[in-house]
Write a protein that binds this ligand. Structure first.
Ligand code: TMP
Length: 211
């Protein structure tokens, strides 16, 4: 079977992932490979419907454990209908957030038992694991200020408070440190063109793609 490559972008709120995903997808497409650009929670019609339940409404609408179950329901649909078929076709899949966000938001920052999250990874992700994860890092205050500038209704997680967002940053950095062969930390506080250069350099080097 032809195998694609799976690249995930992770980090806290307002770190600039979407802009960089658009730029990376354009550069990767220019190499002639099929690129599938997607996001979580969401990425398939069923998962997008679940996303609405998760990102809108009162901050205490769900407990962290319930969020974990909803995230994984959405993720399973996304994997079955979009990610796994794309990888089987040999595509490059670029995903805005994936399983590390559950480890950080619902686990480390939210307090869900890491054992439950590890079991979800085993039984729900199965073999679908990122080849490369870019962890976008910046001070949470700066990211939250950028996120607040956007006018949108998806504010549930942004509203969780400074301590939550500080734990989140530490959690993403700890994941990157624990799995250095999969993860690379990107300084997201740099200007946008420098971030693009840093992303492109890591992607081409780690995945052995022609630049
Ligand atoms: P986004 O703002 O990057 O599109 O992500 C939507 C929100 O969902 C964001 O606040 C992070 C949160 N989230 C989790 O809490 N756990 C997860 O597993 C994922 C994928 C996202």
């Amino acid at each position: 079977m032809v195998q694609g490559r799976f690249i995930t972008f992770e980090g806290g709120e307002g770190v600039g992932k979407s802009t960089q995903i658009r730029r990376l997808a354009a550069r990767l497409s220019a190499t002639g490979r099929e690129v599938v650009s997607t996001r979580e929670p969401g990425g398939s019609p069923g998962a997008e419907a679940i996303r609405d339940l998760l990102v809108k409404g009162a901050v205490d609408r769900w407990s962290p454990v319930t969020e974990t179950l909803l995230m994984y329901a959405a993720r399973r649909d996304h994997i079955e209908r979009v990610i796994r078929p794309a990888l089987a076709r040999g595509a490059l899949v670029v995903c805005d957030r994936f399983a590390d966000s559950t480890r950080a938001y619902q686990g480390a920052a939210g307090g869900t038992d890491p054992g439950l999250i590890a079991a979800m990874e085993t039984y729900i992700l199965e073999e679908v694991r990122p080849d490369l994860t870019l962890v976008f890092d910046m001070a949470p205050e700066a990211g939250l200020a950028r996120a607040a500038d956007r006018t949108h209704a998806e504010t549930r997680f942004e509203s969780k408070g400074a301590a939550f967002h500080a734990r989140l940053r530490d959690a993403f950095l700890a994941i990157a440190q624990a799995e250095p062969e999969r993860c690379a930390v990107i300084d997201a506080a740099q200007d946008i063109d420098n971030v693009e250069t840093a992303v492109w350099s890591v992607v081409t080097r780690r995945l052995g793609l022609d630049g």
